[in-house]
Design a protein around this ligand. Structure first.
Ligand code: BTN
Length: 258
């Protein structure tokens, strides 16, 4: 299968080569298939259609041909950056920033891997690790309310629903630019700016939350979070310290009335 187009963008690493396909099984699979060659570090795969798009938790990712952004990046991160929480934060913050710059919309991160606009999912992220790391991004761009409802996603939204029809190539290039800029910052050893943007976009610090980990769920106030620990003051006042990778869900809840 040959790409229908190729871009060579003036980026530091991500997007120096972008292969664009009419149709693939999954852009993640296509990127993973190129991971035996480390020269493909930063390679981006885009497709108009996927016949076997994958979502989180073994689910399918469905998107009508040509309407969404289906993008995967192949990377070979150094060991300290090869952490699911960091890579998820990198992708999610880049998506939020792209949406803000492109459409002037405030996007939020839903732990760990979703991006929401006005409480509705606009983007999902699937990070898979094998020889390299493949970060797959499915961003709803030109889907209508009817298309999303028909796909069984009445609670989802798209850039078109929020702001009218959009140029997908432009959105793709803005996103690649953000992914590259933040990844470059991470490689230079600066994780603090990303941490602040991640915390800001999660919008949970100091809030009463429910956290699900190891098949149990507890409630308390989120006191702090960074790449190595998430600290929650439980309802009985005890602090609970969890490793972010162990947390399945983390979301704000209304405390029970006394
Ligand atoms: C989710 O379930 O929210 C994650 C969805 C990730 C979908 C994207 S689309 C591009 C890339 N290729 C895939 O097969 N999946 C990801």
């Amino acid at each position: 299968m040959t790409p229908r187009a190729e871009w060579q963008l003036a980026m530091r690493r991500i997007g120096r080569r972008v292969l664009i396909f009419d149709e693939v099984d999954s852009t993640n699979s296509r990127a993973a298939a190129m991971s035996s060659d480390r020269n493909n570090d930063g390679l981006v795969i885009l497709a108009d259609n996927q016949t076997a798009g994958r979502g989180q938790h073994g689910r399918n990712w469905q998107c009508p041909r040509g309407e969404g952004l289906l993008l995967s990046v192949l990377l070979f991160p150094p060991t300290p950056l090869r952490r699911p929480v960091l890579l998820a934060a990198w992708a999610a913050v880049a998506i939020c920033e792209t949406i803000r710059r492109h459409s002037n919309l405030q996007a939020r991160i839903k732990w760990p891997n979703d991006v929401l606009v006005e409480g509705r999912k606009i983007c999902g992220i699937l990070i898979e690790q094998s020889q390299g790391v493949v970060a797959g991004i499915g961003l709803n761009v030109n889907q209508s309310t009817e298309t999303l409802s028909f796909a069984g996603l009445p609670m989802a939204t798209s850039l078109a629903i929020q702001r009218g029809q959009q140029n997908r190539d432009l959105v793709a290039q803005l996103l690649i630019y953000q992914l590259d800029a933040i990844y470059d910052q991470m490689n230079s050893g600066d994780l603090e700016l990303l941490r602040r943007q991640w915390i800001d976009r999660l919008d949970l610090l100091g809030k009463f939350v429910e956290v699900e980990y190891h098949r149990q769920s507890v409630r308390g106030t989120l006191m702090d979070l960074d790449w190595s620990q998430v600290i929650i003051n439980l309802e009985n006042g005890t602090p609970l310290c969890l490793q972010p990778e162990h947390i399945l869900h983390l979301h704000e809840v209304v405390p029970d009335s006394p």
